[in-house]
Ligand binder design. Structure first.
Ligand code: V47
Length: 398
């Protein structure tokens, strides 16, 4: 029997790519494809960690205290991966909240440290653009301090189609109503071969990128996403990431990239045999960090990845873990088994146990607080759970 090679260096299949990353050279399409095809997760993770340390110092991990709001699940489009949409107002489970209902629904959750509402939802076929403006206006009036990160590029394009106005006019009207920035959803997979199959009615790649281009020109910061782990191949992921990198070179307004792990329940697309795994997720996070050398931040969205994998991702290039969230429908309708809410202490524990320093931020990455004392310092005396208020016992360790 031959003994395995037990030296610290693994296979040298990626050595030329390692050399490029160390030198700060940009990787191309073939490099990206080789990284996705490789199983050498630790080498890929080390490269991602290097890029993260170069861009962000590697010590801080960002989170915020946010609240998600999905104003309606009634939608004119039929995306095959979506489990959230209902196609008419009287379909089982369909809902549309009025602006006033939204303001009251979230009131118990809006404590002084909540700095962001993340607002995305269905493309309601009859309500009209004014409904969406009114939602922003009502929230801004009731909670003037809270930043409104609202509406994906797909929603902006839908409003343009509804009204006959161009993207710039739509964005200007939303800014007037209180819009502060845009989330990254709706990007899915840009390549037409896949986009046609998973979301045929949605704005195409060029339109999605053009909306972000316009937003950046108007001074808005935006995010970008990629929905992975369904019917796309590695080529499509690399193509997606490189299109985002080119757009960022042109307009420079992206803050954060968020890989979104596909959830397969209750939709038309269902589950493929080789549905995504933890290994694939960590590799995708890491390769995103390496290829998107002009994006300031990579987010390991704990709702999508589960908290344990999001925590590991902090050593694979991610420097953001999203926030408290509070109410989440899109992924839970699709079978997500995570909680809908983590409180601040949960997030601090996850980040600190990974050896990093938690930093509470606002949407635009202004620092609110750096949590650099030992974790005991931040432990609450009690916490809210599904079973009500529970006291926390503080044990003295010696
Ligand atoms: O675009 C829909 C995704 C996205 C499924 O900008 C699904 O900080 C998995 O934009 N399985 C919307 N994903 C969410 C979004 C987002 C989320 C978190 C942070 C930010 C940010 C943005 O949800 C959609 C779509 O890609 N989605 N259905 C599903 N079955």
């Amino acid at each position: 029997m031959t003994l395995p090679d037990l030296s610290l260096t693994r296979s040298d299949e990626l050595q030329d790519i390692v050399a490029k990353v160390e030198a700060g050279d940009r990787l191309g399409f073939e490099d990206g494809l080789r990284l996705f095809r490789s199983h050498d997760l630790l080498t890929i993770g080390q490269m991602a960690d290097l890029v993260n340390r170069r861009l962000n110092g590697g010590e801080y991990v960002y989170f915020n205290q946010n609240r998600h709001i999905n104003p309606t699940n009634v939608c004119a489009f039929h995306c095959n991966f979506c489990s959230f949409a209902r196609f008419s107002d009287d379909a089982p489970g369909a809902y549309t909240w009025t602006p006033e209902e939204i303001v009251e629904r979230i009131r118990p959750d809006v404590h002084p440290r909540v700095t962001e509402f993340h607002i995305v939802g269905g493309l309601h076929p009859v309500l009209g653009f004014e409904y969406y403006e009114d939602v922003l206006r009502a929230l801004k009036q009731a909670y003037p301090r809270v930043h409104l990160k609202a509406f994906t590029a797909v929603e902006i394009d839908f409003f343009a189609q509804l009204t006959g106005l161009d993207h710039e006019t739509i964005l200007r009207r939303l800014i007037d109503a209180g819009l502060g920035s845009m989330p990254g959803g709706g990007a899915e997979i840009f390549h037409p071969e896949i986009r046609r199959k998973i979301c045929p009615e949605k704005a195409d790649a060029e339109t999605w990128l053009a909306v972000h281009d316009t937003a950046h020109r108007l001074g808005l910061r935006t995010n970008a996403t990629m929905l992975y782990g369904h019917i796309e191949r590695y080529e499509h992921r690399v193509d997606h990431l490189l299109r985002l990198r080119e757009q960022q070179d042109r307009s420079g307004g992206f803050n954060t990239f968020i890989p979104l792990r596909y959830h397969p329940e209750n939709n038309n697309l269902g589950r493929r045999l080789d549905w995504t795994t933890a290994h694939d997720t960590l590799k995708t996070i890491a390769i995103s960090r390496i290829l998107l050398d002009n994006f300031p931040h990579i987010k390991a969205y704990w709702i999508m990845l589960t908290p344990p994998i999001a925590q590991l991702a902090l050593h694979f290039g991610a420097d953001d873990i999203d926030g408290t969230v509070v109410e989440e429908k899109i992924y839970h309708d699709a079978g997500a088994t995570t909680e809908e809410q983590l409180d601040k202490f949960d997030l601090l524990r996850l980040i600190k146990a990974a050896g990093k320093t938690p930093v509470e931020r606002d949407t635009l990455y202004n620092i609110i607080e750096i949590y650099d004392k030992p974790i005991e310092h931040y432990a609450p005396d009690s916490r809210k759970t599904r079973r009500g208020e529970v006291k926390i016992t503080h044990i003295e360790l010696n």
